[in-house]
Structure formats: C-alpha cells, structure tokens
Write a protein that binds this ligand. Structure first.
Ligand code: PHE
Length: 462
C-alpha cells in the first residue's frame, strides 16, 4: 500500500474526504439550488436524502476502495468482476467532466477574491462581462488547475492530507465568523425564515425532490469513485462506518451553515423581499459584492476578500480529489509516475473545460446553443446536469453491485475490520436494508424522474 501512498491518520482521511465533499457544491451551489428548489422544503428533503440514501453509498464506496487498495476501475477488477468496472469507467469520465467545469467556477471565485481586495465591488453587476473576459478567466482557471496539480503531485499524505489539515479548520472558522456577521444585518431574519420554514406544498414538487437528490450526491462526492479512491488509501484499523458518518455530518453541516450565512446576506440585499430571490449560478457572484460594498470601504474589502478566499479554499480541496481519481487510475494501471500522470491529466481536463470556459458569454455558441427544459442554454450547465445524473446512476450501480454481486457478507467482512462489533450490530441490519432495497429502488426511480424532468421537460410526478 505504501507505494501508492496512504493517509497517515484517521483524522487525515476524514479531513481529506470532507475536503472533497465540502466545496463549491456547499457554498456556491447549495444556496442557489435551495432558491431554485423552493427554499426550506428543499433543505428538509436534502437532509433526509443525505442520511438515508447517500450515507450507505458512501460506506460502500469506502469499503470497496479499502478492500482492494485500487482506483475505481482497478477495484472492480481486483474483486474479480471485470464487467462491473464499467462503474469505474463512468466514474472516471464523470470526474473528468466535473473537474473540467468546476475548475472554471473555482477560477471565478479566485478572481473575485482579487477583485474584492482591490475594492472593485461593481463586479457583481458586471458578472456577465467578468465571465466573458476571456483573458482574465483563462488566467484564473490556469492558476487554479496548476495549484490543484501541484498538490496532487505531492502525493496522498504529503499533498492532499496536508492541505486538508490546514484548510478545513481555517474554513470552519471563516464560515462561522461570516454567519455571525450576516446575522447582525437588517432583515437577516427574513432570510432565515425563507431558509428554514418549509412550504409543505413544495415537498412533492419534482424540482424540489430531484434537485435535492442531485445536490446530495454532488455535495457528498458520491457515485463516481472519489471515495473508492480515498478509501483505497485508508488503513485497515479505521472504522469505515463512523468515519463516513463524520464526513457526511461535516458536509451537510457546512452546507447548512453556508445557507445560514447566505440567506441573511441575500435578504439584506433585497430589503427583506424574499419573493425576489433569484437562483442560478450567479446567485453569490451577482448578489454578494453589492452586499459587501454597503459595509463600506475597508470592512467591505476585508469581509468580501475573506468570503471569496474561503470559497477558493473550499474549491481547492475538492478539485484535488477530482484530479486524484484519474491520476490514481493511470498510476495504478499503467505504472506511470505520479508527476507525469498529474501533468497529462490536468492538461487534458483543462482542454475539455474550454467550452465551459468560453460558454459563459465569450462564445455565442457555447453560451446559447445548449438548451435545457429548465431554461438554461449554456454548455456548462448542460455538462453539470449530465454529470449529476451520472452520479446518481453510479450510486445506484455501486450499491446494487455490493448487495447482489460482490455480496453483503463480503462487504460486512471489510467493514468489520476496524469495527469488530459490526456483525452483531443494528447498524449492519440497517445498512443491509438500505443497500439491498431502499437505495436501489429509490435511486433508480428518482434517476428516471430526474432524467425526464431535466432533459425532456416531462414531469413524472404529476
Ligand atoms: N463535493 C464537491 C463539492 O461539493 C464536488 C465533487 C463532486 C468533488 C464529486 C468530488 C467528486 O463541491
């Protein structure tokens, strides 16, 4: 195992996996998905899905990774089910696609950090011209990909784990201070109400349910083998169930707190008129600079700079995990040197990301020619929707594989290492029920519902 690298401690693994999970998905995507998905009803369903549908998938992924000590394709081969390595193939493809656009948005976050410290608060209204400024956004995306590549090239404990150990605690402190601050603003309470008091009529809405599941998979980095990969570096001494529980709590907790920070800021900006909330990818980029401006010169620069630095940090621990997946594959299977693998993979992914880079204003074609029923027309949103459904489908296949092909006893045996009481525990019964029945059935049904809704505009929930 040491030739591939491994996490040096339990907390190192937890922080790295939580670092993968906590990212733009929590701070950029979650609030606007909440706004698009109908406020607090979405939050409620998201929480339920995270614990009953996603958590079992996470435990399964980590167990498969740790059992085989392999990348997501090699893992299925090593278990003796070569045909099922299609899960890993889709997973790696999905990771590459996610990173290709994720890196672009991460670049924006970093660019906004620079704009804030220069006191350019007008950037919020100029978001469209910012994303069309091809020289700037390319430069930021290159810087971001380069930083990601550098860290991954340093290896598992020397790069990924070290970064997470520094950035994750920093992130928590930063986000809590911003929550405290946002609560002091006028109209904050309107934002909190919007966020936390559910409109029950929305609970059965297809956008609410489908969006919450997509968001839960994306945010927890599930369904594409990121956690198979991280699990492959985990020591046999560690308890997979409790570690996964901590990662889930961490991620859900940060998303929840990010909402608590965001909606008071939005409410403040809208003068408390929450019916005017506009979701979409621009939510934080358009709204927040104006909020920071009203704080006045120096304070605005500090709080604004702080916020976008936080966002960049959160993104970095996720981009690192996304790059690690294809890198681990070529390192394991082609015995390629890590550094070489990193250079090749990051270059390929950057190139695949070019349509997303130019598809936010610069190129007419990539910004407008890719229509979805929801109304968006740009290439990046389309790729995001495709990868979202791939993640859900991947999650479905992973639990189905574990329950019916690899078999529950083998899964249990792996989990028992580091958790001796597992076989006699109620947790085992619950987990088996989830991976054998609940997850496959619900994930398959919702997958179909989401595909019809998002790609064909057909609402199967009536
Ligand atoms: N979970 C990350 C986020 O919330 C994104 C991600 C998805 C990372 C899938 C790895 C794998 O930002």
């Amino acid at each position: 195992m040491s030739a591939r690298g491994n996490f040096s401690s339990r907390i190192g693994f937890i922080l790295a996996a939580a670092g993968s999970a906590v990212g733009l998905g929590n701070i950029w995507k979650f609030p606007f998905e909440v706004a698009d998905g109908g406020g607090a009803a979405f939050v409620l369903i998201y929480l339920i899905f995270a614990f009953i549908l996603c958590f079992p998938v996470m435990v399964t992924e980590v167990a498969i990774g740790r059992k085989t000590e392999k990348n997501p394709i090699g893992a299925f081969n090593a278990l003796g089910f070569k045909k099922w390595n299609i899960i890993g193939k889709f997973g790696i493809l999905c990771g590459v696609l996610i990173l290709s656009f994720y890196n672009v948005v991460a670049g924006w976050a970093f660019g906004y950090f620079l704009e804030m410290i220069m006191g350019n608060f007008g950037i919020g209204e100029a978001f469209g011209s910012f994303t069309s400024d091809i020289v700037k956004v390319s430069a930021y995306a290159i810087v971001f990909m380069f930083t990601t590549a550098y860290i991954v090239s340093k290896g598992v404990s020397g790069g990924i784990e070290k970064l997470a150990k520094i950035l994750m605690p920093t992130l928590i402190i930063m986000i809590l201070s911003l929550v405290a601050y946002s609560f002091t603003l006028p109209n904050a309470i309107e934002g909190v109400k919007y966020y936390l008091v559910p409109d029950l009529s929305k609970l059965t809405n297809v956008n609410t349910i489908g969006g919450a599941l997509r968001q839960a998979f994306f945010s927890l980095s599930l369904g594409m083998g990121a956690l198979i990969t991280y699990g492959s570096y985990l020591s046999k001494k560690e308890n997979i169930v409790s570690s996964s529980a901590m990662i889930t709590l961490f991620d859900v907790g940060i998303a929840f707190i990010a909402g608590l920070m965001m909606f008071p800021l939005v409410a403040y900006n809208l003068g408390g008129e929450m019916s005017n909330v506009q979701g979409g990818a621009g939510l934080i980029f358009v709204t927040l600079p104006g909020v920071f401006e009203t704080l006045g010169g120096t304070l605005g620069v500090i709080v604004g700079g702080f916020f976008f630095l936080l966002l960049s940090f959160a993104a970095l621990t996720s981009t690192v995990s996304l790059l690690e997946v294809p890198v681990s594959y070529v390192v394991d299977e082609y015995k390629m040197k890590r550094t070489k693998a990193v250079i090749i993979m990051s270059a390929i992914i950057f190139i695949i990301g070019l349509p997303s880079l130019v598809g936010n204003g610069y190129s007419e074609f990539f910004s407008n020619a890719f229509k979805l029923p929801g109304g968006s027309t740009d290439f990046m949103t389309l790729v995001g929707y495709i990868t979202d459904v791939l993640l859900m489908f991947g999650g479905f296949l992973i639990v189905t594989f574990a329950a019916y092909v690899w078999k529950k006893e083998n899964l249990a045996e792996e989990i028992s290492q580091g958790y001796p009481g597992f076989n006699d525990s109620i947790i085992k019964k619950l987990l088996n029920f989830c991976i054998s029945y609940l997850c496959p059935v619900v994930l398959a049904l919702l997958f179909v519902v989401v595909v019809f809704n998002n790609f064909f505009g057909i609402n199967l929930l009536g």
